[in-house]
Ligand binder design. Structure first.
Ligand SMILES: Nc1ncnc2c1ncn2[C@@H]1O[C@H](COP(=O)(O)OP(=O)(O)OP(=O)(O)O)[C@@H](O)[C@H]1O
Length: 484
């Protein structure tokens, strides 16, 4: 026993020593870089402030910071097929936790004293370094906007700084963290790799503002995920954020879009699970898959798990006498995982969607704390969808309110189909004219004509609304079991 304590203590000390050495090395390498670049004052100040000077230690032969950066860039590019983002633009305002360096006054005088102290050799080297850095910076600037951020720790900070930034690369840095260690269970490793590849999606790039209407659902989802991530200290005790939300309603009304908007705007890692395909693909293994799914979501927190068609895996237990044993085990595992989620402090959020909420298992329903009805779009939402898909400049005086009224009972995805069909009509007319024109050398100035009222009316006749026989049933269920 004593021996074990001694070994543990020695290994802890050795780990601590390694960390100290690493920090010392970083300071020394920075000082050497500053001196070589002619920033003598800054190097001296750093030496004084850190109590570490180049008289005590110096960079080893053939070792300098610039070279380390180059090698890191090469390694990263080889591994991820793109250059790393090492620095990011800031807005010049204060950033939480980081003291800002004044941009004038003191630093200006530093610069001038710097120049006094520079020797010729240092100055030459500095110019060479600066031009090399300029090349690199301009290369970086093209690849803006995100910084290299590992583990998604600065979620709130990134939200403030990059609200309008292009979200293209936001997901990759978190994945840099690698998969959890399943070396003792290779089977789980395989499942984790599958989940990461096929289910853990890149930035879905849907904003709440892309979704027409559904204001109450948007408000609630923001309250459940976005606000607690931004202001975690308000959401303690009884105000713990919601962990499980059910979106129910007819098909094609924007449930998946809402889930994607949550993931995009809250910058959470997004796991998009199509329940029926998981069950058929992983028959017999699906309970393990559920376990690894929640493991991964915790690992890459903050995360959103979206399970579509929840009723296909969480139908009432035992109701179908011939229920598959594997299916039963999977349901149980899902309930266990949800219990864990509700108790844990990890920022993992489950969003489930169902067209048949009355078929859901009661135990499951109890764990989905909020149940929100996503109805067919109202007049205003229908009009805004038509305007988005066929904007005024594409149409010939379309009477938008009138067509929105005529599309009552159409879902969002039905409306999209109608608009697509209507927009195809002028294109078809154009294509048939092009076929008749001999010797057409350039298509550059050839454009389809506007969408006319007749085009739209014909498209409406062609695309019928998907039958929504359950509308009354949804309302009844919302009255009895909804919660928002
Ligand atoms: N409220 C909406 N605003 C804008 N577009 C919408 C809206 N609702 C639906 N759509 C359009 O319909 C398509 C399908 O929507 P979505 O996949 O979110 O529906 P869903 O409710 O998840 O359907 P299902 O229940 O069949 O999975 C979207 O890609 C979008 O183009």
């Amino acid at each position: 026993m004593l021996n074990k304590i001694k070994i543990d203590s020695e290994s802890r000390l050795s780990e601590e020593q390694k960390i100290k050495d690493r920090r010392r090395n970083v300071i020394i390498l920075i000082q050497r870089y500053l001196v070589n670049s002619g920033y003598i004052d800054s190097a001296t100040k750093l030496g004084t402030e850190s109590n570490l000077t180049l008289n005590q230690y110096d960079a080893a032969d053939n070792m300098d910071l610039y070279m380390i950066f180059c090698e890191f860039e090469q390694f990263y590019e080889m591994k991820f097929m793109k250059p790393p983002k090492l620095v990011k633009k800031v807005d010049g305002q204060s950033t939480p936790g980081l003291p800002r360096i004044p941009s004038s006054g003191k630093s200006g005088s530093n610069n001038s004293s710097n120049s006094n102290n520079q020797n010729a050799a240092g100055s030459n080297k500095k110019n060479a370094q600066q031009s090399k850095e300029k090349d690199n910076n301009s290369k970086d600037a093209k690849n803006e906007p995100d910084s290299l951020e590992i583990q998604g720790t600065g979620v709130q900070q990134k939200q403030q700084n990059n609200e309008d930034a292009n979200h293209k690369d936001w997901f990759d840095p978190r994945v840099l963290k690698g998969l959890p260690d399943y070396s003792d269970v290779p089977e789980f490793q395989q499942l984790a790799a599958y989940l990461q590849r096929d289910i853990c999606s890149e930035n879905p790039n849907v904003k709440f503002s892309d979704i027409a209407g559904l204001d109450q659902a948007k408000r609630l989802l923001k309250e459940a995920v976005l606000v607690p991530l931004k202001y975690p200290h308000f959401f303690q005790g009884i105000l713990e954020p919601w962990k499980g939300v059910l979106l129910f309603g007819p098909p094609g009304t924007g449930k998946t879009m809402l889930a994607k908007a949550v993931a995009t705007e809250c910058r959470t890692t997004f796991f998009n699970v199509q329940a029926s395909s998981v069950v058929s693909k992983w028959r017999g293994e699906s309970e393990k898959l559920i376990r690894v799914l929640f493991d991964l979501a915790r690992h890459y927190e903050p995360s959103t798990i979206f399970i579509d068609e929840m009723d296909s895996i969480m139908g009432q237990r035992g109701s179908a006498g011939n229920e598959h044993e594997g299916g039963r085990r999977m349901k149980t595992e899902l309930l266990i995982q949800l219990d864990g989620l509700l108790k844990s402090k990890k920022r993992v959020f489950l969003l489930a969607a169902s067209n048949l909420p009355w078929d859901l298992d009661i135990a499951m329903l109890r764990r989905l704390e909020k149940r929100i009805y996503i109805p067919l779009p109202d007049q205003e939402s229908r009009e805004s969808m038509i305007r988005r898909y066929i904007p005024q400049e594409m149409s010939e005086n379309l009477n938008y309110p009138q067509f929105a009224e005529a599309l009552k009972n159409y879902s969002g995805s039905d409306i999209k189909l109608v608009c697509k069909e209507a927009a195809m009509k002028p294109l078809r007319r154009l294509l048939s004219q092009i076929e008749d024109i001999q010797n057409l050398t350039s298509y550059d100035d050839v454009r389809p004509g506007p969408v006319t009222e007749t085009d739209f009316a014909e498209a409406m006749n062609q695309v019928k609304p998907s039958p929504s026989v359950f509308e009354n049933q949804y309302l009844k269920w919302e009255k009895e079991s909804g919660s928002c």
